[in-house]
Design a protein around this ligand. Structure first.
Ligand SMILES: Nc1ncnc2c1ncn2[C@@H]1O[C@H](COP(=O)(O)OP(=O)(O)OP(=O)(O)O)[C@@H](O)[C@H]1O
Ligand SMILES: [Mg+2]
Length: 594
């Protein structure tokens, strides 16, 4: 509650808003300054046309009232018509330029946002709702662009009209004009009120919209679970609640914005009465030098000022919403990747050396420490295995090795080189990974495999596919896409695509996280012999629950809640009679009894 009160007292254009506008100008508009100047010129022409129109009207009226010369009247009509044709042409030319500039700005803004997003750490994406990201990249950028392209140009035109026409009116009759603008303070008060409320409402609405988009994404992606759990009703209500809260918020914002029009209409009625009354008095009274033509023209001028003034007021209401959007979009740039290259990072490192974790400390959340001084060595060129209960930290070790997260204490070295001294791309380029959660794109199997090595030849891809036992499926499915997230594939098929990727990538270090867990034993055995050929001479780290599949590893590390409790060869560990021996016996018994 105190927050909203504080927000209300903020100045209309806070320092942050001004800074955001400067930022936008510098990045996306300044380069078009020349064209914008032309637009301004065109707009000035439009303003002058109005002023000329008023002058011509006054003369035209005088002709009618006084001299009655037909020829002059026709002349006036022709000139007025020409003036408006000029204004019409100009009012097409100006948006033609500004629309291009604004669409270019949207394009550049999206391009920059996308490339900034790509640089952010995995951790950012794990804590940010995807709906929010989509919203920034799609609707918010679009809204800002349209606003800049059309609304700002329109507002400048209106402002010029107001200034030029009022200037002319002041020059014609300062007393009457002063009388006419007594309502100005009232309009300003209304505008301030509206702007404040709109800004607040827009902020909440954007948040709600982000939540709604995210809800849609989650529900659509999780449809299998939704259906199996028969939660359609719950999901429907969740989305409905999202749209309902949007309805309320948008009502509030737009109804407040709608206050602008009637308050301006009311003030204009007041002004017209003043001008007709006061002006009429001036015409009738001999002490003023004013005729009927002048007062009619003056009234016409007031009408011409009020319409753009009304639009301007509306514009300032819209400006507040767009400032909120601009702030949202820019906030994304406040996110900095923490995993990036040091200036002196090396482009290569000893990929065949030992991989050493020394006294590594790491936790995903400060209150849940995972590794508190973990030390172990994966020998270069050998096969190491990590086993341990679910949640013990096996996948996390692999993530730390490929620097998806940075250690918070201790260090990781590759052949003696600290991980932070190696360029991130070089580091990750040295890994072939079969991850536990496999990501499949909605493309053909072929393209999914090629993804990890776009330069591979067709022969290489076929070879990788044969090794991973997925070639037959490729022949059967051809170019057919596999559905969003590979929804049309079985678990084992997805896993074989991941294995084919590892074959195709053929990098010096191999990370296999439950790579064959979803395969039947016959397929696993066939793939395993191909994998053995692949891993020969490469540093390989295997994570597996099925202990029979890692029994021939050179060294096995046993992990329990983030701590290394045993390590050694399969036979050593069995004789040690520790956790490994226990797990192995339990699994063996399970198989024997089948
Ligand atoms: N991205 C994440 N953000 C926060 N916590 C995480 C994240 N990933 C894992 N954790 C937590 O860290 C711990 C270790 O997870 P990890 O994935 O390394 O386990 P694991 O040994 O691979 O388990 P499994 O055998 O089930 O794959 C778990 O308690 C898990 O809840
Ligand atoms: Mg895991």
């Amino acid at each position: 509650m105190s927050d909203t009160k504080k927000a209300k007292r903020q100045p209309l254009y806070s320092e942050a808003d001004r800074d955001n506008m400067r930022w936008f100008w510098r990045l996306y508009l300044r380069k078009h300054a020349g064209k914008l100047l032309i637009v301004l010129g065109l707009i000035l022409v439009q303003g002058l046309v109005y002023q000329q129109f008023l002058a011509m009207t006054e003369s035209g009226l005088r002709v009618i009232f006084e001299s009655g010369a037909m020829r002059e009247l026709i002349m006036v009509c022709v000139v007025v018509f020409v003036l408006f044709t000029v204004r019409g042409v100009v009012s097409f030319l100006a948006p033609m330029i500004t629309v291009r500039i604004s669409n270019q700005a949207i394009f550049e803004m999206r391009r920059d946002l996308v490339s900034h997003l790509m640089s952010l750490d995995l951790a950012y994406f794990e804590r940010t709702k995807s709906g929010e990201i989509i919203q920034r990249l799609v609707t918010q950028t679009q809204a800002i662009g349209v606003f800049v392209g059309l609304a700002v140009a329109g507002a400048v035109r209106d402002a010029v009209t107001v200034v030029v026409v009022s200037g002319y009116l002041i020059w014609k009759n300062p007393i009457l004009f002063t009388a006419a603008i007594v309502v100005l303070p009232f309009i300003i008060v209304v505008m301030n009120f509206v702007s404040d409320r709109v800004k607040q409402g827009q902020g909440e609405a954007e948040q709600a919209l982000g939540g709604y988009m995210n809800g849609i994404e989650e529900t659509v992606n999780g449809m299998r679970t939704v259906k199996i759990a028969s939660q359609e009703e719950v999901e429907k209500n969740r989305l409905l609640k999202g749209t309902a809260s949007l309805r309320g918020l948008m009502n509030r914002v737009q109804i407040t914005q709608a206050l602008v029009m009637p308050s301006i209409d009311l003030s204009s009625a007041f002004v017209y009465v003043l001008v007709i009354g006061g002006g009429g008095y001036m015409v009738l009274s001999p002490s003023f030098d004013m005729d009927g033509a002048e007062i009619i023209t003056f009234l016409l001028g007031m009408v011409m000022v009020f319409d753009p003034a009304r639009l301007l007021a509306q514009f300032f209401g819209g400006l507040q919403s767009n400032l909120v959007l601009l702030d949202r979009v820019r906030a994304l740039y406040a996110e900095h990747p923490s995993i990036s290259n040091r200036p002196d990072a090396q482009p290569s490192f000893d990929t065949a050396g030992d991989i050493v974790l020394r006294d590594v400390r790491f936790s995903y959340a400060p209150d849940q420490p995972l590794f508190d001084g973990l030390s172990l060595t994966f020998e270069g060129g050998k096969v190491s295995a990590i086993v341990g209960a679910t949640g013990s930290g096996k996948t996390t070790i692999l993530s730390l090795l490929s620097r998806l997260y940075d250690v918070q204490g201790g260090e990781i070295t590759f052949g003696g080189t600290p991980i932070r001294d190696v360029q991130v791309e070089a580091l990750r380029g040295a890994f072939s990974v079969v991850a536990q959660d496999i990501v499949i794109f909605n493309a053909s199997i072929w393209d999914n495999i090629r993804y990890v090595n776009p330069d591979a030849t067709d022969a290489d891809i076929w070879q990788a596919a044969e090794n991973a036992e997925i070639a037959d499926l490729i022949r059967r499915r051809g170019e057919t896409p596999v559905g969003p997230k590979g929804a049309q594939l079985s678990g084992g098929q997805k896993q074989r695509i991941a294995i084919a990727r590892a074959f195709l990538r053929d990098a010096p270090i191999l990370l296999l996280d439950e790579a064959t867990s979803a395969l039947d034993q016959a397929t696993e055995a066939r793939i395993k012999s191909a994998l053995d050929r692949l891993t020969r001479g490469k540093t390989t780290i295997v994570v597996a629950h099925r202990l029979s599949s890692i029994a021939d590893a050179d060294r096995i590390f046993v992990l329990e809640s983030g701590q290394l409790i045993e390590s050694g060869g399969h036979d050593d560990l069995l004789t040690q009679q520790g956790l490994y021996a226990q797990l192995y016996r339990a699994q063996k018994k399970g198989y024997d009894s089948q």
